[in-house]
Design a protein around this ligand. Structure first.
Ligand code: T3D
Length: 259
């Protein structure tokens, strides 16, 4: 069974974590499948949006805890982060295309933070988010200690990380951790609709919107204004800008080509 299912439909690269018997926990094969999907997304112009979800009843239960040699005298957990998780999160953030996540069930540990690394997160009402690390004596990884305080504030981030309590999808929406919580039966339809909308949008503009929003975390206002000027200059040279304005003036729907 392939640990990651990948298919391209109408500009959307559908990426499905596929180890349902382990709630799609990360192992090297799953990481490799994700890395390959990222390589496709980076190199193929026909891919204009990614839609990530999980097979079965869970989204992703984080690191596969059965994979570590607990009899070993010393275990270097830093090396797994260096090899797999950190490059994955960096590539997701740097990808100049939108990544939609459809959280179909529980998202725990690195699985929760992998979801938060996506650009727009939808979750089924029955889904939940667990910073499970503390329950096994670890600290948040896969970007959790960066995303949580920025999205939810210091107190809520601290409480989630220190208690490992389960956060419902509804609370995750209320706290601003995710974009939207939808009824379970609607998750597929809603996430595909959003992905198709983004895949037919001005891809270059969407990629630079992503850069502007993420870079703002490290910029002061003056630096951000400069960045906006530079990005606007760049997208202003694109065909999609001309098409957008022409469509507005001609009172028709724009036909963006992602250029
Ligand atoms: O090692 C490093 O590289 C360090 C990096 C760490 C990053 C991390 O992600 S650390 C955090 C790892 N994840 C966890 O600690 C979560 C462990 N899982 C759970 O707490 C629970 O499974 C859930 C709360 C996520 C879901 O609970 P529930 O009751 O809905 O399902 P379940 O019965 O516990 O799990 C279903 C099956 O999936 C079960 O297998 P079985 O008994 O039917 O054969 C369970 O063992 C398996 N499973 C769930 N999570 C993992 C897992 N197997 C391996 N690793 C898992 N993380």
């Amino acid at each position: 069974m392939e640990p990651v299912l990948v298919s391209l439909e109408s500009g959307v690269l559908h990426v499905t974590l596929n180890r349902p018997e382990k709630l799609n926990a990360f192992n090297p094969a799953l990481h490799k499948g994700l890395a390959d999907a990222m390589s496709r997304a980076e190199s193929e112009a026909a891919i204009r949006c990614l839609l990530i979800t999980g097979a079965g009843r869970g989204f992703c239960a984080g690191q596969d805890l059965g994979e570590r040699d607990m009899k070993a005298a010393a275990i270097d957990l830093g090396s797994g982060l260096e090899t797999w998780y950190n490059p994955l999160v960096k590539r997701m953030r740097a990808l100049p295309k939108p990544i939609v996540c459809a959280v179909n069930g529980v998202a725990a540990g690195a699985g929760a933070n992998f979801a938060l690394a996506c650009d727009l997160v939808l979750a089924a009402r029955s889904a939940s988010f667990i910073q499970a690390f503390v329950k096994i004596g670890l600290v948040p990884d896969c970007g959790g200690s960066y995303f949580l305080p920025r999205l939810a504030g210091t107190q809520r981030a601290m409480a989630l990380a220190m208690t490992g309590d389960r956060l419902s999808a509804e609370d995750a929406e209320r706290w601003g951790l995710i974009w939207k919580c939808v009824d379970d039966a609607d998750l597929k339809k809603e996430s595909e609709k959003l992905s198709l909308q983004l895949a037919s949008g001005p891809t270059r503009s969407l990629g630079l919107i992503k850069k502007a929003i993420y870079d703002s975390a490290g910029n002061d206002l003056a630096a951000q204004l400069d960045l906006e000027r530079d990005l606007q200059r760049e997208v202003g040279k694109g065909k999609d800008y001309r098409e957008g304005v022409a469509a507005f003036l001609e009172k028709r729907k724009p036909d963006f080509k992602g250029q």
